[in-house]
Design a binder for this molecule. Sequence first.
Ligand code: NAD
Length: 336
Amino acid sequence: MKVLVTGGAGYIGSTTASALEDAGHTPIILDSLIRGRREYAVRYPFYEGDIADRELLGRIFREHPDIGATLHFAALIVVPESVAHPYLYYHENVVKSLELFRALDELGCERIIFSSSASIYGSNTGSDFKVSEDTPHAPDSPYARTKHMIEMALEDMSRALHFRSIALRYFNPIGADPAMRTGPYDEAPTHVLDILADVASGRIPIFRITGVDWPTRDGSGIRDYLHVWDLARAHVLAVERFDAAFDAFGGDFIPINLGSGRGVTVRELVAAFETVWGKPIAKEEAPPRDGDVAGAYASADRAAKLLGWKTELPLTQTIADALRWVHEVRPRMLGY
Ligand SMILES: NC(=O)c1ccc[n+]([C@@H]2O[C@H](COP(=O)([O-])OP(=O)(O)OC[C@H]3O[C@@H](n4cnc5c(N)ncnc54)[C@H](O)[C@@H]3O)[C@@H](O)[C@H]2O)c1
């Protein structure tokens, strides 16, 4: 199937484009390159432009009338930036997604899969930190609120218009494509594993375990890390099983958590990292940063039931792939 991939020059969109291709599908990339990497996009038919550009969307669907689904990754994603620039985030993420959805409806696209985020649950995680799709939302940053708002609009528009939609709520994707075609590209990384890799190579002097008094099993925060390749595979399954998922679930909109279903604490992640790296890294304990939460992990039962998906790659492989990407492949491919 041809699949429109907005944000396909970015970290997760480019990994998913590779997974789509490996499964015999054809990704068509739409990305403005406001972030992301041109190298990641040009592997496929690539349209450089904005998701809210109706004329461009019209051209894409004229040139590819057989597009069967849209994966909507394009967004701004940096939480502190969203706090400093809320208008930018509501405009880029919410307003432009509404324009995209309206255009996709007019262009006859019947299947939309939206990149949502576990951050919409905020700190609403109960005492066991496990969240299901029915856990009430408590988004606690402008970024998270854009995801929450887009989901609400998408649900209403799916009911009223011609498309149906799935919101995939990602937990904590990390790592790089195991075949090393793409990976995280940020020179100043904010993802924990990229930071650990930079500490290991000496680019960053020390790793801070921020928050060690949370009510978790070892006091550090708890997250639900999953290999970005497992996440990418979930999108392929969401495309392939889209209609069957609605046959089983009903309605016009399905939110689905994507996580391993197991929590990993920050201390456990650091220990796994040191095992793969082969020696201890420089680390220290520090108080939580403003806005930090104890964390959460997914109830992933719905993804198993509707998509036949669960995570497969162990944390150690995720770490090994991330290290190979950051230390060997990315410097060759991107020059840093
Ligand atoms: N990375 C994570 O940990 C994480 C977690 C949960 C959800 N998500 C969601 O997954 C999606 C992809 O995230 P990512 O980590 O790959 O981010 P990314 O920044 O690497 O990729 C986003 C891509 O979207 C493009 N883009 C942004 N605005 C655009 C616009 N208006 N028109 C066209 N292109 C535009 C950027 O150029 C970039 O290539 C986002 O929607 C994000 O909110 C990410």
